[in-house]
Design a protein around this ligand. Sequence first.
Ligand SMILES: Cc1cn([C@H]2C[C@H](O)[C@@H](COP(=O)(O)OP(=O)(O)O[C@H]3O[C@H](C)C(=O)[C@H](O)[C@H]3O)O2)c(=O)[nH]c1=O
Length: 180
Amino acid sequence: MRFLPTAIAGAFIVEADPREDERGSFARTFCAKLFADQGLPSHYPQCSISVNHKRGTLRGLHYQKEPQAEAKLVRVTRGTVFDVAVDLRTESSTYLQWTAVELNAVQRNALAIPAGCAHGYLTLEDNCELYYHLSKDYAPDLAGGIRWDDPLFAIDWPFAPIVIGARDAAYPSYRQEIVR
Ligand SMILES: Cc1cn([C@H]2C[C@H](O)[C@@H](COP(=O)(O)OP(=O)(O)O[C@H]3O[C@H](C)C(=O)[C@H](O)[C@H]3O)O2)c(=O)[nH]c1=O
């Protein structure tokens, strides 16, 4: 595995390092020691799969509030997505910054996102599936979200969503959220 820094402190693109032979290839996708060396959680008690039928499906941007703020390791197991993280850690040197990476099932790359960041993605083709490692249990009562098109972040999405859930479309702007 290779850890490539991103615009967000503590967030990394995790590139696979496949070992190929005549049968195919083998690659490590997670290693507790290597993750800990990068300051990333080494324990992920929950894993999830997200299935998306249509190109242009946007989910996010979501986060969980403390004490259940979760770090995520996100990878694409089918298709290609534009994957985004936004730093909402007020003490971070990259507070309010965002980073994006194209994750796909051919490169088998992943995005490691620290706790305190929001995460979302836009599918770039039909039939995209994502696989998540999550460092905290699901806590819907502590769910938070920011608008995909919040001008405060000005995320440079490849195109506007075609499919988006009502909750994701209705998030207030981030500043409003702070004021509430
Ligand atoms: C996240 C989650 C959801 N659910 C149930 C709750 C609903 O019945 C159904 C769909 O949930 P939701 O609409 O919150 O799913 P997404 O909109 O894909 O949410 C995810 O999308 C963004 C991009 C993320 O980074 C998070 O992983 C997560 O917030 O699955 C669970 O049972 N466990 C879970 O951990």
